[in-house]
Design a protein. Sequence first.
Lengths: 264, 264
Amino acid sequence: MAGTDSSKDFETRPSPAVILCEPQLGENIGTAARAMANFGLWDLRLVRPRDGWPNEKAVNAASRADHVIDRVRVFETLEGAIADLTMVYATTARPRDLQKPVFGPEKAGRNLVGHIKGGGGAGLLFGRERWGLLNEEVALADAIVTLPVEAAFASLNIAQAVLILAYEWRRQTELGTQLPFADVLADVAPREELTGLFGHLEDALERSGFFTSPEKRPTVVNNLRTLLTRGQFSSQEVRTLRGVISSLDRKHQRPNPNRNKFDE
Amino acid sequence: MAGTDSSKDFETRPSPAVILCEPQLGENIGTAARAMANFGLWDLRLVRPRDGWPNEKAVNAASRADHVIDRVRVFETLEGAIADLTMVYATTARPRDLQKPVFGPEKAGRNLVGHIKGGGGAGLLFGRERWGLLNEEVALADAIVTLPVEAAFASLNIAQAVLILAYEWRRQTELGTQLPFADVLADVAPREELTGLFGHLEDALERSGFFTSPEKRPTVVNNLRTLLTRGQFSSQEVRTLRGVISSLDRKHQRPNPNRNKFDE
């Protein structure tokens, strides 16, 4: 979905840091940065990226998430990368034999939002492309986060896992209900206009011979009025429909030059 | 995150169809299929894919989401692709001048779950890589769905948009709380074991000369007991800590051959 409004400045609000442990491919660093940017995260930390830093492939894959890429910090150790944080969650798709709580993204998001609101620093750890986080890395975290994926198809790449957790974080902040645009629904037309439409249609149908059975007429009219009410038409839409009726009504009265005897 | 359990068969539960309108790159069809598979969606429909179908690049990018790829159906028209559906939502990142309700993913997910639970067929429309859906395509939908993205960085690729909506759908079904694995937290040790730990530690500290001020001793002891209670240690962890205390305690008593006069 396109739609970036680059005229709007990015704001570095308090939000979770994303820590990638020994990422191998620059592309994955870039797509993770992009996923962060989508939902307002900006603090990306790399522990020993295989191909060093800066990394041109990461920049390209980030699709202009420059405000994230430009702020990337590189660390020699995970301990260093999380030194300033007071809440650290490790993401993993595999169970670990560690005495850690395991949360889904919803609970994790709720905890992160609460912690950050209280002024704390929080971070999410993500592991290597091939084998994720080491147990000694998970051991440094307060809890494990895993996603409610389909057991038969649980493999997510790093950017997808970052995207879901960044989304959950944002969903649970006050930004989560702020959509980039809203309905442009016009007001529903006043009832007077709707009853005008009913009268117009029923007159036209009367002339066209639509009501074949006088005793069924009230029921048919009620059904028509019901279906025409359900759409909550605007004044403009009522006018459009009245134009449709007028047009069909005139067509009905106009002799059709193509009409042949079989139509009579 | 790795972790796919390919021994588990995929189940085609009732779930929203994903309809891609004129997708250009096979890679994007594949990554969309993969995102669907992560959260249990399987009904992928393509309207006039630029490079035809089947598409080898799509298969490769799908990372073994074969159960989705194998079920792909191709349609000549969007009308044909949504013919059997009774609820259709169009995803877009741009406002449209159409009288349609605009929902975020949460509301959209709630509506989809309700509709599908009631036996209805539902689908999500996604547009072209470059310019999304045409207004005439959006016009065929019941409502517009857009994501609560950062205004300054709103650009999502198709697979990311599919991933978020598939996640929201699953989150709001009963599957949303089913994580692939759970805590393996052992039971908290009975208090008797904890008080044993307190006694052991306090005796050792007594011998090591930790309590320098007799009048402050009760406060220091209370603080130690408080911090040792907060971790909700298991029996195994209490035993580990007692081993730690014994080890340090013995070390204290053992004459240190490296100790020099300045340490006395």
